[in-house]
Ligand binder design. Structure first.
Ligand SMILES: *[C@@H]1O[C@H](CO)[C@@H](O)[C@H](O)[C@H]1NC(C)=O
Ligand SMILES: *[C@@H]1O[C@H](CO)[C@@H](O)[C@H](O)[C@H]1NC(C)=O
Ligand SMILES: *[C@@H]1O[C@H](CO)[C@@H](O)[C@H](O)[C@H]1NC(C)=O
Length: 411
């Protein structure tokens, strides 16, 4: 080693010592309080150190402390965002009058940088005002930087890249539109459509979502569409998708929770209303639920082409099913997508939701996409799932997924 390097080594050593110190004080402060809630340090320790043999106590403490640190850091960033940008959005929602939208106004087109070929492009449909939901996703599964766990695990040793983008239309609150533009220039992960962001217009967002990646030359082998109130277990998703890719990669994929024989709603007071003129048949073709589905990237040009010569109607998920039908692509049912689609226990931060998650965390951590998780709950789900991925044997004896489902379908 050269002389010039020695001071560096000393510095690195000092730095490591500092880290060790920070680590210890962290542990002292947050020992059992950190809300990687539900599954506490104590409840894990005896199970894994004495009977399991897979992990030494030192190993476990290292992982736990790493996870707690990550969780704490994300919570802090999340709270800081709430105080800053989050507050601006809140004020705008509460204090700004709504305007008649002028859609001719210039929309800042944020170029999304898609470096190289992506394995997975994640498109999150988001409402303009829900900054905190986007922030929670940025701080958890949405960013590769916050991925915890082994990226290569079960992927045949291959690294799989992904990128998350939020799709947002126009709000009739001009202040919100302004804030969204600012947010887009800071995070560079927002594409803004030139349509009003309303429930009835979601089908426009869907059409937009198949067009912009081609316009901006953002190529991905697969595309996941999900919503801002859904939790994605990236480890499970990438494992499943990688094995699909290895086995059946050339076959077009359209996978999620399949809905068959759904009736078209003709009641003109319903927000799901579709006229006979827009959709003459009384049932939809099979489609997958919009909370989360995956399609092959190379279907995009075909979808765009077929969408230009097909009638559109205001039910974005059924509309995609209908376009897929025209292309001859059948949907694949995957039971790990949106297993508790009607289960509102998961939603919110109230005691009932917490105790539901606590009881069923083992089952939940095996799923791929869950509906009804937003804001701070995203952080909890993300770190608890990571914890259970680190210590898989913790769950092996108590995955009672059926029981979980029964509870929900009573709703
Ligand atoms: C590949 O396709 C076959 C035939 O449809 C199916 O049985 C198998 O489960 C698929 N493999 C994966 C990993 O999805
Ligand atoms: C809604 O439907 C009712 C009964 O089918 C009809 O009388 C009414 O004119 C409709 N309203 C609109 C706005 O189309
Ligand atoms: C898809 O899978 C879920 C979960 O296993 C099941 O409840 C549902 O009935 C399936 N849907 C279809 C259309 O097979």
């Amino acid at each position: 080693m050269s002389r010039a390097l020695k001071p560096c080594v000393l510095l690195v050593l000092l730095f490591l010592l500092g880290l060790l110190f920070a680590f210890n004080s962290f542990f002292a402060n947050y020992g059992n309080k950190v809300a990687i809630t539900q599954i506490t340090h104590q409840s894990l320790r005896p199970k894994l150190t004495e009977h399991d043999g897979l992990y030494s106590a030192a190993d476990m403490n290292k992982h736990l402390s790493f996870l707690r640190k990550g969780f704490r850091r994300s919570l802090d960033k999340y709270d800081a965002s709430r105080r800053n940008f989050g507050k601006k959005f809140n004020d705008a929602v509460e204090n700004e009058p709504l305007h008649i939208l002028d859609l001719s106004e210039e929309i800042l087109q944020q170029k999304i940088v898609c470096k190289n070929e992506l394995f997975l492009l994640i498109q999150v449909h988001s409402s303009p005002e829900n900054f905190m939901s986007r922030q929670a996703i940025r701080l958890t599964w949405g960013s590769m930087e916050h991925f915890i766990g082994n990226r290569q695990q079960n992927n045949g040793g291959k690294f799989r890249s992904w990128k998350t983008v939020f799709l947002i239309g126009q709000s009739s609150n001009t202040k919100i539109n302004h804030l969204v533009k600012q947010e887009a220039s800071i995070y560079k992960d927002i594409v803004i459509g030139s349509f009003e962001d309303t429930y009835r217009n979601l089908y426009m967002k869907m059409i937009f979502s198949i067009n912009w990646p081609l316009d901006q030359k953002c190529h991905a082998s697969y595309i996941l569409k999900t919503d801002e109130d859904c939790f994605v277990n990236m480890g499970n998703l990438l494992n499943w998708l990688s094995s699909y890719h290895e086995a059946n990669g050339t076959r077009p994929l359209y996978a999620g929770r399949v809905q068959i024989g759904t009736n078209v709603i003709r009641d003109n007071k319903s927000r799901y209303y579709i006229s006979k003129k827009d959709h003459p048949a009384n049932k939809f073709h099979a489609y997958v639920s919009g909370g989360g589905y995956v399609i092959s990237g190379n279907l995009l040009p075909l979808l765009v082409e077929v969408s230009r010569r097909s009638p559109v109607f205001p039910n974005e998920d059924a509309l995609l099913g209908s376009l897929m039908h025209r292309l001859g692509v059948q949907p694949t049912n995957n039971s790990k997508f949106l297993p508790l689609i009607l289960c509102f226990f998961l939603y919110g931060e109230d005691a009932e939701a917490d105790s539901f998650r606590e009881t069923h965390m083992c089952g939940l951590s095996r799923q791929i996409i869950l509906h009804g998780v937003r804001d701070k709950s995203q952080l909890e789900m993300h770190f608890n799932s990571a914890l259970l991925n680190y210590f898989p044997t913790f769950c092996s004896s108590q995955t009672n997924y059926d029981e979980m489902r029964d509870q929900c379908e009573d709703e």
